[in-house]
Write a protein that binds this ligand. Structure first.
Ligand code: ZN
Length: 178
């Protein structure tokens, strides 16, 4: 991971990028027509995906505002917090189908967790015990996520699909059960 070339921002900074975001939102509200949507996703879908900036979940899956819950984190891995969100998604907001999406070129593939922990401990002078969720095999990682979801007593026994997004073509490949 590299920092942006123009240097670091201070906590109180309103960067040009943040100001652009606010201006863009002004324009968004002028044409906003989604106020009639309810919180329950129209398509009954909950998606767990990596946060990778190259993966536009809505565009890649043809989803619109209001269609699905999209839960994202580094690696698109099933953490306790993802399970927490899925329980709310299913039992309070009525979703019944889950799609897990990983992608080629993910920064967590074969990431050296120990080296990252050591580097950050050295740079900050503070040790911090955290697992980053690195993995070796994309498809195996998706299958393991699905297994974890299927085994959870509070998640519905509905369909759970695994997909791998190919960053070079935009194509989604289904991960076969294994
Ligand atoms: Zn990723």
């Amino acid at each position: 991971m590299t920092s942006k070339p123009e240097g670091r921002l201070s906590p109180g900074d309103r960067s040009p990028e943040f100001r652009r975001v606010l201006a863009e939102n002004e324009r968004y509200t002028e044409a906003f027509d989604r106020s009639a949507l309810t919180a329950s996703p129209l398509r009954g879908l909950a998606i767990v995906a990596c946060m990778d900036a190259r993966l536009d979940v809505e565009e890649a899956l043809g989803l619109r505002t209001g269609d699905a819950h999209i839960i994202r984190n580094a690696g698109g891995i099933v953490t306790e917090d993802v399970i927490r969100s899925l329980i709310i998604s299913q039992h309070l907001l009525g979703t019944d189908e889950i799609v897990v999406i990983a992608h080629t070129g993910c920064g967590l593939i074969d990431a050296d967790e120990a080296a990252l922990r050591e580097r950050l401990t050295r740079e900050t002078g503070q040790p911090y015990d955290i697992a980053f969720g690195s993995f070796h095999d994309l498809a195996a990682s998706v299958r393991s996520s699905i297994g974890r979801l299927r085994a959870h007593p509070w998640l519905r026994p509905g369909p759970i699909h695994g997909l791998i997004f190919e960053v070079s073509t935009g194509r989604l490949h289904e991960v076969a059960d294994g």
